[in-house]
Design a protein around this ligand. Sequence first.
Ligand SMILES: [Zn+2]
Length: 338
Amino acid sequence: MEFSATRFPVLGHGWAVEQLSLALNANRVRHAYLITGPASIGKTTLARGLAMALNCTAASGRPCGECRACRLIWQGKHPDVLQVESEEPGATLKIEAIREMQRQLALRPYEARQRVAIVRRFHEARPTAQDALLKTLEEPPGRATLILTSEDAGALLATIRSRCQPYALQPIQINAVQDALQAHWQAEERQARLSGASSMGRLGWAVRALEDENALAMRDEAIHLLQNMIASTYAGRFAEAERLAKKKHELGDLLRLWQAFWRDAVLLSRGSERWITNVDQLDFLRHVARSAKAETTQQALRATLLAQRYLASNVNTRLALESMLLSYPRVTALPTAR
Ligand SMILES: [Zn+2]
């Protein structure tokens, strides 16, 4: 066995790593992969792991993580491993960037066995830009592998999806996130608990939260805003939708946090307190579960998921937010809540 699942620099997603190393050992490498899943869940990490395995120079136990190829790829500095993405999350992935990547992919590798292009957040490419990539998928250049990542497979053309080997990453267990934070990032137990619980199973998010107090502050702000929203009148909700629509790049995180909140409320209304993620919000969640009907919290959860889909597919942001906020129940603030 040249390739080993345990050598991939990936925590969680064991099934994906296992399948990839089996395929590599059987010499069944595909020309194109599509890794999907929520932001900061580990899509790019898995893509880099695969690029490392493809180019590692160790005799066995690939990716070794120590050879020149592995190290350069891990640092994002290997000349044959391209990373293509929009300027910032939420922006549009330009067709020119895709064309330039195609030009480079067609060249012989400088030093690698296999050129690899990692195209991040491919849902940010408009259909014309996606179409441009189709040519590469239909006639892949030799010695080249294309890895697309996306938060929303639904926003990709069916012709793109059908030509890629899919890997749909799911949130990993909160416990596993907390353990990883303590074992690999030297987090203290309390820090690990809070970051892990707020991460919704996305290790990348949890690691950022450890290093960046803003991430946790942002999460507190998101919960606080939601509390205000559901205590607010329809007029207040319309005004908020308009304000939020101008901060499009922050909406992804905000709606994911709200989604987790509503999921918790639904769980509580069914009496399954054990699985909730927002452990520090238990009193307020209980209050919501008591005040709103179970169907209403369900509906709020569905509306939040739907809004995320709409936002990914470039519909009118304000309308999507309005229709979501209007379907939220009205719940007054807890007397003790600030
Ligand atoms: Zn190596």
